[in-house]
Design a protein. Structure first.
Length: 463
């Protein structure tokens, strides 16, 4: 009776095949039943229609300076109920990336985009989709340009590497004379040891905002801090965070300056590498964390957060490929999905940056999870993502730091290579199945090596 059973190696092979099929089954079912355009440009949860149009700058994906047609750099506009109103495609203008977009007082948009080794800044008329004026700056991959009251441009110039020295700077560009009329260099105010020493992307200064006539808010991302600069004196007045202090901020994007009713300085910022939105208030001489949103792994590399006049916050959740408006308690009231890698979102009716009350003024201090997502993009529903599960599983163990680093790498890298219809868990199971398949192939080669060598020799001798 035992002679009727297959050899043990075939039982092992059969078990391996069953394991591989079970791991691939969830992704296979999703591929058959899902649709790849669900998370392209789509409405998510909308319980409160927005006050007018929301414009989103989508970074896009490119390879060797060529934009990807399926993942293009775009500007898109979503209506009050999160329906797409128009799309401005960067491929038509040979644009590699779109970054910051700011509503202007005349209803047009100030757009920052890049081409290889250049930054393209222009005023876009959303009705005609035509540029009113265009400036081409000799800067590499600039993420943000703001307009001063006199029409001149203040520019965050990153990766300005010359003769082995970073010349990263903030400068004012006079559009009438094509001249730089003021500049401020980071190397004159930070030691060379900052961020591990000089290198080609030393500051990665990704944002500059005008606070008032004399002050600017800067975001040297790689220094893990937001800086208030007095443009008149050239001195740093204040800074939130410090180099390497990842508990406060970790490679942040797009901080906004607010003041509470009693004049307390406040900074709202997308704490990108910590996958959360935070707000700090300068209380009793110290920066105090007053609000944290999505710190349990619900956001994936957020890069913009604006406080709206109604007290809600508009968040650009970049690698979840969506923009959400949330209440101070974290409930989503408006959600719009926009691939690929949205960088900045602005509610046009309220102008650029934040124009709303502080968390302290709303008496809403605390740490809040995000609720109410439509979950159209894998990882944005109420379930825990693979990365969040990995981190929480090993929290408090000797492997906590390693698990946290692995979770961060996973959540930041896989959205760029994972099919849009596949969840993080399905991608993980598929990866495991692929590794098992490779291991099986190697094992078969080792097990069958003598037979394979014999066949090769026999084939050689027959010739």
């Amino acid at each position: 009776m035992n002679d009727a059973l297959p050899p043990r190696r075939w039982l092992v092979r059969g078990a391996v095949i069953l394991v591989i099929l079970s791991l691939l089954a969830p992704a296979g079912i999703a591929a058959v039943t899902g649709t790849s355009d669900r998370a392209d440009l789509a409405r998510g949860t909308v319980t409160e229609p927005a006050n007018g149009t929301t414009v989103v700058g989508i970074q896009g994906f490119h390879f060797q300076d060529q934009g990807a047609k399926k993942k293009p750099a775009r500007l898109v506009a979503a209506g009050p109920k999160a329906g797409t109103k128009w799309v401005h495609n960067g491929i038509e203008d040979d644009v590699s990336w779109f970054y910051d977009v700011d509503p202007l007082d005349n209803g047009n948009l100030l757009v920052v985009s890049t081409k290889p080794a250049h930054t393209l800044v222009y005023e876009l008329d959303p009705d005609t989709q035509e540029a009113v004026w265009t400036e081409t700056l000799d800067t590499d991959d600039t993420h943000d340009v703001d307009m001063l009251d006199n029409g001149n441009l203040v520019v965050a110039d990153m990766r300005n590497w010359e003769n082995g020295t970073p010349e990263d700077r903030i400068f004012v560009y006079n559009r009438s004379t094509d001249e730089i009329t003021w500049e401020w260099k980071f190397k004159n105010h930070y030691p060379e040891s900052t961020d591990g020493g000089y290198h080609e992307d030393w500051t990665h200064v990704n944002d500059v905002d005008v606070i008032d006539e004399h002050r600017l808010l800067l975001s040297p991302r790689n220094f893990d801090q937001a800086v208030i600069l007095n443009r008149t004196s050239g001195e740093i007045e204040d800074r939130l965070g410090s180099d390497g202090d990842h508990d406060t901020m970790f490679e942040q994007h797009n901080p906004d300056y607010l003041e509470s009713e009693n004049g307390t300085p406040t900074i709202l910022v997308a704490d990108s590498e910590n996958d959360r939105i935070v707000e700090y208030a300068k209380e009793n001489g110290n920066w105090t964390l007053t609000w944290e949103l999505g710190g349990s792994g619900q956001l994936n590399w957020p890069r913009d957060a604006d406080r709206l006049p109604n007290g809600n916050t508009l968040v650009t959740d970049s690698l979840n490929h969506r923009v959400i408006e949330v209440t101070p308690q974290g409930e989503i009231v408006w959600e719009y999905y926009a691939t690929w890698g949205p960088y900045d979102a602005e509610r046009v009716a309220h102008g650029g940056s934040s124009n709303g009350p502080t968390i302290a003024d709303m008496d809403a201090r605390g740490s809040y999870d995000i609720t109410g997502s439509a979950g159209l993009q894998p990882g944005t529903g109420d379930g825990k993502t693979f990365a969040a599960t990995l981190e929480s599983t090993f929290a408090g163990t000797p492997l906590a730091d390693l698990a946290s680093e692995a979770a961060s790498t996973w959540s930041h890298v896989t959205p760029w290579i994972r099919p849009a219809w596949m969840t993080g868990w399905q991608f993980f199971f598929t990866t495991v199945a692929a590794l098992i398949l490779v291991g099986w192939g190697v094992a078969e080669l080792v097990f069958q090596r003598r037979r394979l060598v014999g066949r090769v020799r026999a084939l050689g001798s027959s010739r």
